[in-house]
Design a protein around this ligand. Sequence first.
Ligand SMILES: [Fe+2]
Length: 306
Amino acid sequence: MEIPLPESARVVVPSKLATDLLTAVKKLPLYDDKALYDVKLQAAVREEIRTSTPGDGFDWLVEEIRKRLIRKPYCAYVSGLQFDDPNLLFFSLAGAFGDIVDDPYNPSSRLVRDLQPSTDRVIPDGWGVLNEQLHTDSTDWPQPNALTCLHCIRPDDDGGGRSRLLDIDTLLAELDKRLGQEMLRILHTEAVPWWIADEFGGGVLRTPVLTANSVRWLPYTIKFALEENQESLPEAISASLGAMENVLKEATGIIDFAMAPGSLWFINNKLSLHSRTPVKNPQASKRLVLRTKIQNSSGFYANTHH
Ligand SMILES: [Fe+2]
């Protein structure tokens, strides 16, 4: 059963601040996407925007977002901003939380990536569209990204592609309610194999689904690791993973809402799972969401939970 995005996760930017931020960004030169891989340049761009925004407007907004990332439901939905075309404001707000790192070792990767239903990853044999299942991002990175930042340019015309999120507190409560002690123990302590992307050297990393302060979840990454390694899991571990999948299908307390054009959604990728609802016609859908991933964050997730 779904619930709306709580008011406590929302930040409405005052229109004066939105104008001030856009004015500050428009003073900047244009940068090449590749040049912006340099974290020093990222910091310099951000500092330019910060210092040329009157008062402490930039810092105020970053703090409002940060406060929401560390409390349930561990996400922040920001509306009321105005954006520049090269999206340096989006990029710089995201960068205020750490390094922007979309697949840093993949030469074809982009720091700000377009997500569109027509190019979303579809896995055959019943797995379907991966983004439609509750998951955490970068399960195939040795250290998944800390924060995922989304910027909605256009929603789907038919009302599909709604955003969903299940925070870790609600997830743990659901698991507690529905699974026995042994399955919970397995999910918390038994290492399972995760396939690691080639950019990070490939192979398999073994770690549990749940740790004291994080969740890592995309069953496909486990299945792929098992296939590649020609390995099978002990029955009790497989059963626990299956049980968690079933809990997620029926969980109560999943947040469901539509991102509006011009909004940002910051998701704490350690402390929540997210997905989008299906779209009727993926090839024709004009839904466009920009995404960037943040790593090496300090100060917003590590010391706050459990
Ligand atoms: Fe995702």
